[in-house]
Ligand binder design. Structure first.
Ligand code: ZN
Length: 189
């Protein structure tokens, strides 16, 4: 499975992720899907409407590593169902479907949390951007396998050869700036 993500939509994700720091950003990936890939045509930023107030399912509550009261938008995101529906409706006219969701991890690695995993849906690509001190340093895409576990997903640009890894740490951002020159540490998946 691969995610086709060109520099322009990628840049939109990065700009959104940096603008909401230190809070998490979130948004939808609109495009088309086939049996091997999700192709992003357009990025739709949406508001992070997370609130610690609403009752969480008890199994999710147990999965959280920090007390619910201490979790705010710096550690969680939520997309309103109305925003999903609006994007679906909007995309339908142009033959675009929701193929994934992106969000940022301020000062955290671009690795899904247990909460991310539990709330994830099959077939979507989950792009996570790690933002360190306000700058996006790494982005990775993840997709659920048949056991509802996240597996890394390759990110490809339509116009060029396969990227060197499942993240864009060496990818040019189109404005001469590289997201990060630093070697990316490996995190347990
Ligand atoms: Zn997350």
């Amino acid at each position: 499975m691969v995610l086709k993500l060109d520099p322009d939509p990628l840049q939109a994700i990065v700009a959104h992720a940096e603008s909401t720091y230190p809070e998490e950003c979130c948004g939808l990936l609109l495009g088309s899907a086939d049996s091997t890939s999700n192709a992003v045509v357009e990025v739709k930023p949406v508001e992070n409407c997370w609130s610690a107030e609403p009752a969480l399912p008890s199994e999710l509550r147990q999965a959280l590593t920090a007390p619910v009261e201490s979790l705010d938008k710096t550690r969680r995101y939520e997309i309103a169902p109305e925003a999903m529906l609006a994007a679906m409706r909007e995309g339908r006219d142009r033959n675009l479907a929701i193929v994934g969701i992106y969000h940022s991890h301020p000062d955290q690695p671009a690795v899904p949390s247990e909460c991310d995993r539990q709330l994830a849906w099959q077939h979507y690509s989950y792009v996570i951007v790690s933002v360190e001190r306000g700058s996006a340093i790494e982005g990775r895409s993840w997709r659920l396998d048949a056991n509802h576990q996240f597996q890394p997903e390759k990110i490809l640009q339509s116009s060029s050869a396969e990227m060197p890894s499942e993240n864009w740490e060496r990818m040019s951002m189109g404005n001469g700036r590289s997201v990060s020159q630093k070697p990316v540490p490996h995190y347990p998946v």
